[in-house]
Structure formats: C-alpha cells, structure tokens
Design a protein. Structure first.
Length: 289
C-alpha cells in the first residue's frame, strides 16, 4: 500500500465511465517503484460536471490529471495554457498544475504511434484509416502526420460537433506537412471501401464497443477487409472488442489499446514528476495479454 502523507501529491483521471481503468494501478505502482510521494485516483465526471471538478481540483492543489472520454475536448476551454500539439489538435488528455496555472497537453498520439511499433508494425510511409473525430482520433492523426505517415483517411459523422475542427486539422496537415489527409462522411461506404483497400492499418478511435456496451462494432461489412490489413482499436476494455474479433475472423492481424494507454501514461507521468516511468516493469505487471 502507498503511504499517504501530508505532502502526498494528487494525480487523477476524470472521465465517464472510469471504474474499469487500469491507470490507477499503473501509476500508483510506478510511484511506488520510484519512491515518489504521489497517489493517482479516478473520478467519474462527465462534461456537465467537468468545469466544477477541474476548478475544485485546482483549488485543492492537484499536481495534474488525465482526461478520458468524453472530456478531452471540453477540457480545452478550462485551461490557462495549451502545449503547441494540444493547440493544433484541439483536445487534451493530460493536465499539469504549474503553481495554479493549468497547462493542457495531448500525449495520445505519441502513445498510439509507440504502440504500433510495440505491436511490431511500421506505419511510416503508409496509409492509415481512422474511424472517429474525437480527441483520440485527432491526436493520433496529428502525430501520425508528423511522424511521416503518407496518407490518412478520417471517417466521421458530418453532424459531429468535431467535424469543423477535424476539417481544420486536415487542412493544416495538407498545407504544412508531407502527408495527404482526407476527411470523409462515415456513411460514404464507397469511400470507406476505397480507403481500406489502400490502407496498411485501420483504427477505431471511437468509444463504440467499449465496456459495458460491447455489442457493437464500428465496421458492419467485414467483406471490405483484406488479408494484409492490420486492425487496431483504442479500446482496451474489453481486451478484444467485437470490432477486433470480426477483423480477426476475416484474417486480419489485430491489436488493442493497451499499449497506447501505457505509453501515453508514461509521458503524462514524466510531465507530472520529471522522472521516467519504469515502463518495462509496468508493462510486465499490468499489460500482459
């Protein structure tokens, strides 16, 4: 058990649902291994209660916190400052309290790209198709473009409140980076079929299929998959979503969001503590399949 003292620094996760999260176990064990007087807790807070929760935690002197669905976009409005990457993406997943100033960061994209490498794949110079336009999707899109992915196809609902922001991100990528980014309406099945036929990797970056609502999959017609396609999900609970199950049955290689969680968490840990998370020990303890 981690001893709590009068000097213990608080870190946390704000989202809904959060009861399934392994982030407290991961961070608290890393704190213990390094002998740091920190603790990490979960708070079930959605967008409606987020402003009050953030103000309360700031007043109480929290060192920092993570944000998960559905809070990554709303939290941007509550920050005193954004990192350059977070400003580009328009969503945050990590906050540092710097003497009363809340600074928002986004470590999701970096976490996902490291997870791709960890799974044994090389996405650089290839084509990626992303389902979704929320915080995780845009963070991954931005990082993938920065890292050297050749083409990125994003599919989202045109009625989504994030459509215009994603359009701006796509335009920014196309004007400033050697990457071709495309935004499609997710009901355009022909465009989806064409994109997947050219893709090295297909990613679900939505919450569809996450526990406890595990019955749905983002792709309903698995005939559009091909044998060389890698299929990935940002979700890690359940470890194998229906989306991944059906892709595997179609002959695709698959991997889930576990290592994205690990690597984005490692970067948040560094931002809060100034020290590197003991990644290999953390992986062995909490991320074995």
């Amino acid at each position: 058990m981690i001893p709590i003292t009068g000097h213990t620094k608080l870190t946390a996760l704000l989202g809904s649902p959060v009861a399934h999260s392994i982030s407290p176990s991961m961070h608290n064990e890393a704190f213990r291994l390094l002998g740091l007087d920190y603790v990490y807790l979960c708070f079930d807070v959605g967008e409606e209660g987020l402003p009050a929760a953030v103000q309360g935690l700031k007043t109480c002197g929290i060192r920092g916190f993570n944000l998960t669905m559905p809070n990554k976009n709303k939290a941007v409005e509550l920050m005193d400052e954004l990192s350059p990457a977070a400003s580009l993406i328009g969503a945050i997943n990590t906050v540092v309290n710097d003497n009363g100033r809340l600074i928002g960061y986004n470590t999701d994209g970096m976490g996902y790209m490291r997870a791709v490498q960890d799974a044994g794949y090389d996405l650089i110079g290839k084509t990626l198709t992303i389902m979704g336009a929320g915080g995780a999707a845009t963070a991954i899109c931005a990082q993938a473009a920065l890292d050297g992915v050749k083409d990125i196809h994003i599919f989202a609902r045109k009625t989504s409140r994030f459509w215009d922001r994603t359009r701006r991100l796509v335009d920014n990528i196309n004007h400033n980076l050697p990457c071709n980014a495309y935004l499609h309406e997710n009901q355009d099945q022909q465009a989806l079929k064409n994109a997947i036929s050219k893709s090295y990797l297909l990613l679900n970056a939505t919450s569809l299929g996450m526990a406890p609502n595990t019955e749905n999959a983002i792709i309903t017609d698995t005939s559009i998959y091909h044998k060389d396609l890698i299929v990935s999900d940002v979700i890690y609970n359940p470890r194998e979503t229906r989306f991944l199950q059906e892709a595997k049955l179609a002959g695709c290689h698959t991997f889930n969001g576990m290592y994205m969680l690990l690597y984005q968490g490692a970067e948040a840990f560094r931002l809060w503590t100034g020290q590197d998370m003991p990644v290999e020990q953390t992986k062995a303890a909490f991320f074995s399949e």
